[in-house]
Design a protein around this ligand. Structure first.
Ligand SMILES: Nc1ncnc2c1ncn2[C@@H]1O[C@H](COP(=O)(O)OP(=O)(O)OP(=O)(O)O)[C@@H](O)[C@H]1O
Ligand SMILES: [Mg+2]
Length: 586
């Protein structure tokens, strides 16, 4: 039961509604239990032809039936309502957790799996808390009371029907465990299916470009069929489970008809009591079956909660306090000899050679423009994501005004540093909200100004709704260069001490880049800029260049100094320039 512990605070929050709901439930059950007694009374009155008694009993039955409708409506509203609220809270907290989870955890999870946790598994938990607990309360009250009342009617008859009951329990336990395992597998299979669907939708352009439709379709069909097989197995088990319970309940009824009939003939039981007894036996079959269903549901809820707990138990990425004071303005960013294992080896436990920082040094002061260059996969993006603590750097490596970043609240840190990630992500919202992301109270005119700075004014004027035009998912309806410039504009709208751009113009032509660059120079005067780029033309304009190779700073200086040194940077420039000349020629 430990896995379900986490639900306790949620249940506690709605304890008033849940208690009231359960009270209504017990009330309905008690009224239901009176029914057979009234029936007994009516039948016995009928036998002595006391019609007024019969009518009275019928009036009571009708009145109670109306009452049951009203109370039943109430408990459904109260209990199922509470379970829906808990479901919402749980889903909310799950999302909150994901937003705070450390980046390596998210890198190692498939979004389809997380999606299925947030939909399927949370729904199972809700079912357990709603219908599950409700049926459990129902079953406990109905079973204990009706057995008690049956004893008062006839002891030998009750003992007789008590024989099939343990058999029902036994059947439930035997098949219940198998059902649980099978359910776990279906959930996993479903997660796999959604993960596939999501990834293939995400990569649909690549799939088309490489003519992989049939292969992907075949793989998907395979997964969909595996899911069907798992579900069918569960269905077969359930197909055995419930009819078996019905047969056992039926056996009890047959026993009552046979032995109870004899008891009536012998005069040890009135006809009315006999009728009441058969009513109770019939009444028992539902809660006994419900018990089977509940055991099944508890097991499913435990499996789902177990999976959810694995996410809930991930510790939050460092910091993230809500009550943030505005951070002081920073003047210097310094990376001192950053050394750290990163790479897939470290994150995924496979044996390939992991990437490693092996002595990165870098200084950026306000008012400076520093270029960060190096061959592909030398560690540039990884470095800046550590400055922002998206990935945790080791202590004693990265400092802001002499304070170790690992001791600065990440939110305060990100408040003061504006960052354009390499894969500048756009949301499927309007261009305006994409520009404004994160800073709500920016007037539209400022956004229009920024759009002009990133040279998008003319393009935006041609869009159907200008700045209000909606972009497709992940910005798919924009060109690569447009996406990049929106991402840059978004960062420029933020008032920060340092601006970090990760290869922001790789899809933008040289001319446009130059124009944006000139405008940025004026706009960002007095701020510190770190610009990752492969373009020589851009690097040549920097106050300083830090050249990295294989996770290590190898050269630092101005463009001219580094060229004169004729080292790695000079060779890099030579190769780049050749490429850029070729590009310019076409
Ligand atoms: N999230 C991650 N988990 C594990 N390893 C990673 C991760 N991101 C990057 N790496 C590894 O770190 C190394 C450096 O990657 P990084 O993205 O920093 O390169 P880069 O210098 O930005 O390259 P490019 O110029 O191509 O953008 C690569 O070998 C990559 O495999
Ligand atoms: Mg990169």
């Amino acid at each position: 039961m430990r896995t379900l512990h986490r639900l306790w605070p949620y249940v506690k929050k709605y304890r008033a509604a849940i208690s009231a709901g359960l009270a209504c439930l017990v009330a309905v059950d008690v009224i239901q239990l009176i029914f057979p007694l009234l029936m007994a009374h009516a039948v016995d009155a009928l036998k002595i032809r006391n019609l007024s008694e019969v009518h009275r009993a019928l009036a009571w039955l009708a009145g109670l039936a109306v009452l049951i409708v009203a109370i039943r409506y109430l408990w459904r509203l109260l209990l199922l309502g509470a379970s829906r609220k808990i479901e919402r809270d749980l889903r909310d907290d799950f999302f909150r957790k994901l937003l705070r989870a450390p980046q390596p955890f998210l890198d190692g999870s498939r979004s389809g799996d997380l999606l299925s946790l947030s939909t399927n598994d949370i729904a199972v938990v809700r079912q357990f808390l709603g219908f599950g607990l409700m049926s459990l309360g129902d079953a406990v009250v109905l079973i204990s009371f009706s057995i008690f009342l049956m004893f008062t009617l006839s002891v030998p008859l009750t003992l007789l029907v008590a024989v099939p009951l343990p058999l029902i329990t036994l059947a439930m336990l035997k098949l219940g465990i198998r059902l649980h395992d099978a359910h776990e597998e279906t959930q996993n299979q479903f997660g796999d299916l959604s993960a596939r669907l999501q990834e293939d939708l995400y990569g649909v352009r690549v799939i088309r470009a490489y003519g992989q439709e049939q292969n992907r379709q075949a793989a998907f069909t395979g997964a969909a069929d595996a899911y069907r097989r798992k579900i069918m197995y569960v269905t077969r088990l359930q197909g055995l489970f419930y009819p078996l319970l019905k047969v056992l309940a039926g056996a009890a009824t047959v026993l009552v008809l046979w032995f109870g009939g004899l008891e009536v003939i012998r005069g040890r039981l009135t006809l009315g009591q006999f009728v009441a007894f058969t009513e109770y036996v019939a009444m028992l079959s539902w809660p006994l079956m419900a018990l089977g269903w509940i055991i099944n549901l508890v097991q499913r809820a435990r499996a789902s909660m177990g999976r959810l707990n694995r996410v809930f138990e991930v510790s939050d990425a460092a910091g993230g306090r809500e009550d943030l004071e505005p951070a002081p303005a920073f003047r210097t960013l310094e990376v001192r000899d950053l050394t750290q294992d990163v790479g897939f080896g470290a994150a995924h436990g496979d044996s390939s050679e992991p990437f490693r920082f092996d002595g990165v040094r870098l200084v950026l002061r306000r008012g400076e423009w520093v270029g960060l260059a190096g061959r592909t996969a030398c560690g540039k993006s990884s470095l800046v994501s550590r400055v922002l603590r998206i990935y945790e750097p080791p202590a004693g490596a990265i400092f802001l005004d002499g304070v170790d970043v690992t001791r600065i609240d990440p939110r305060a840190l990100r408040e003061r540093i504006s960052y354009v990630p390499q894969e500048g992500f756009l949301f499927s919202q309007s261009l305006l909200s994409n520009f404004k992301l994160g800073s709500r109270n920016i007037p539209e005119e400022s956004v229009a100004q920024i759009a002009d700075i990133v040279q998008m004014k003319d393009e935006i004027d041609r869009f159907p709704d200008r700045l209000k035009s909606r972009v497709g998912e992940r910005g798919i309806t924009l060109s690569g260069g447009q996406r990049q410039r929106v991402a840059v504009g978004r960062a420029l709208l933020k008032d920060a001490d340092f601006y970090i751009f990760d290869d922001p113009f790789s899809c933008v032509d040289l001319d446009t880049e130059e124009r944006v660059f000139e405008r940025m120079k004026t706009l960002l005067a007095g701020r510190g800029v770190l610009m990752i780029t492969h373009r020589v033309q851009t690097l040549a304009r920097m106050d300083r260049i830090v050249f990295i190779d294989a996770g290590r700073t190898v050269e630092t200086g101005t463009h001219a100094e580094l060229l004169a040194r004729r080292g790695m940077y000079a060779r890099f420039v030579e190769a780049q320039e050749l490429k850029e000349r070729l590009e310019a020629a076409v």
